[in-house]
Structure formats: C-alpha cells, structure tokens
Ligand binder design. Structure first.
Ligand code: CP
Length: 306
C-alpha cells in the first residue's frame, strides 16, 4: 500500500505515468467514469481550502466513487482533543483512501503511519503540497511540452510557500533546470531546501529581490501569495504582503512564451488585468489539478492507469 506524503515519494517515471493517465482521462473521460464505483474518499481538512478539497471530491465523483469528510477541524473530534493517529485509524474503517490537509508539518505522515488505507498529503503547514505539484507538473508539461531545460522563477513567499518547496523537489530531478528565487530578504527559501534539494541535485540557482531584472530569462514565472496564516505578527505580514504585484507593464520584457503560474488563491500578487494575457496559466492549473488527482487516486487504489 502506497501513500503520497512528499512528491519525491514518486519516481520521475511514476510522475510521467500520472501525467499520461491525466491526459488520457481528459481525452476519454467516459472510460474512467466507473473505475472507482463502490470506493470512498475521505477528505480530512483541518485548514481552509477551495481547490484542493473540491478538486479531490470532483475527482472521486468523476471516477464513480463517493466522498465523505469534513472541511474544518472544529467539526471533527479533533476539537475534543482526538489525536491524528486515532483519527487515521478511525477513518480507515470508513474510507478506502484519505486526503488530509493540516496546519502542522508532518501530520499527514503520522496519519499514513497509522492508517490502513493510502493517505495523501493535501498540504501540511509550511512544509509541502505534493498534489499541487502534480497540477503544476501537468501544467508545465502541457504548456511547454517538457519538464526539462527550463528556467523557473519562483516569486513571493518562498519561506512559507509549501507549493514552492514541493515543486522545487520535483523539478530538481529533471535535467537542464535553472531556478531563480525572487523574494524579500525575510521570505527567502529555507536553507534546508537549498542545501538538501538544490545543492544536492546540482541545480544552479540565484537569489534576488528584483523581479524585473530576471524576467527576460524566465520560461516559467511561479507567483505565490504571502502566507498570512504562517506569520507570527500582523505587522510583518502587512509590510511584506504587496512586495510583488504582477501587472501587464511588468511583462513587457518577458518571453513571448512565458508560462505564468500561481497555485492560488491569489490576494494581490497578480493583477486581474494579467488574466487575459495568453501567458496566464493559473486557471489552467486549477483544472489540471483535478485530472492529476484522478490519476493519483487510481494509482494509489491500484486501479489501472495508462
Ligand atoms: N492551491 C491550493 O492549495 O488552493 P486551496 O488552498 O484553495 O486548496
């Protein structure tokens, strides 16, 4: 039995298989409409979510399965002090697979160690968010036709942005990747990601505060929200929240085929005026996420993939 806690739990070959399955589902949805008939997905969300929870639910429904779960900690027995381990053992009696989001780093791993069904990390604190990475990889693949030989700029809150940590982990295993880290000093990528992932993999990277200076070199621009919920004080958040606001004029020196991504939700990081630019891919990411989560559910339930 497999779980997905960190994106590197899957080999690049397995990620390719998920991408191929997601593409096949898009082309032949009817072939997949009964694959999970009789199976149940439990969505255990101890933190707010729109995309991840609802795309997991849509994914399971489109595979013919059913969904149970809760969308806030206060409506579960966690509010009475129940442990993650006991919650995981309990939900294993009701569901065939679990998707869990939790504010504490490592909580989905604890769940996986105690559950008797596969557990999917749907985001754990400021640590990682592997299923967002699945959405991101499919988006890059569909927009650029490859996952190698790309210069990828990550901009915004690189300290707490768990989607950034996971995507860097995934891309570090492909060839010809260059990473540009654009953030305020206080929100730089954590040292452990630089040392354990970028340096270990030999991925060239640079750090800067100046988005416009690096814009012409980028194939992918991955914007992120400043993660208010991870700050210890509101003053720091207010000072940093608008560090980068992408507007049409700032794209004047960008590549014609730049791919602009954002895991969403956005607050102020990308002006709505950018939405009509053909390079804006963030709502495509949302749809790609549903197909990749369908492929993931099939894989973890050991149903046939392509
Ligand atoms: N990208 C993402 O995780 O969005 P939600 O918080 O809405 O699930």
């Amino acid at each position: 039995m497999r779980s997905l806690i960190d994106i590197v739990d899957f080999t690049p070959a397995e990620l390719d298989e998920l991408i191929a399955t997601a593409c096949d589902i898009m082309e032949h949805p009817a072939d997949y409409a009964e694959r999970c008939r009789g199976k149940k997905l439990a969505t255990l969300f101890f933190e707010p979510s729109t995309r991840t929870r609802l795309s997991f639910e849509a994914a399971m429904l489109e595979l013919g399965g059913s969904v149970i779960g809760f969308s806030e900690a206060n409506s579960s027995s966690a509010a009475k002090g129940e442990s993650i381990a006991d919650t995981a053992k309990t939900i294993s009696c009701y569901a065939d697979i679990i998707a869990m989001r939790h504010p504490k780093e490592g909580a989905p791993l604890v769940a996986a160690m105690n559950a008797s069904v596969p557990v999917i990390n749907a985001g754990d604190g400021g640590h990682c968010h592997p299923t967002q990475t699945l959405a991101d990889l499919l988006t890059i693949y569909r927009e650029k036709g490859r996952l190698s030989n790309l210069t990828v700029g990550f901009c915004g809150d690189l300290k707490f942005g768990r989607t950034v940590h996971s995507l860097i982990g995934a891309l570090s295993r492909y060839t010809g990747i260059k990473v540009v880290l654009i953030s305020p000093e206080e929100l730089k990528l954590p040292s452990y990601v630089k040392k354990e992932v970028l340096q270990k993999s030999g991925i060239p990277y640079e750090q800067t505060t100046d988005l416009s200076a690096v814009m012409p070199a980028l194939d992918i621009l991955y914007m992120t929200r400043v993660q208010r919920e991870r700050f210890f004080n509101e003053e720091d958040y207010l000072r940093l929240k608008d560090s980068y606001i992408l507007e049409p004029r700032k794209l004047q020196n960008a590549k014609e085929d730049l791919c602009i991504m954002h895991p969403l939700p956005r607050v102020n990081e990308i002006s709505v005026a950018v939405d009509d630019d053909p390079r804006a891919c963030y709502f495509k990411q949302v749809l790609n996420g549903k197909y990749m989560r369908m492929a993931l559910i099939l894989k973890l339930l050991e149903e046939a993939t392509v």
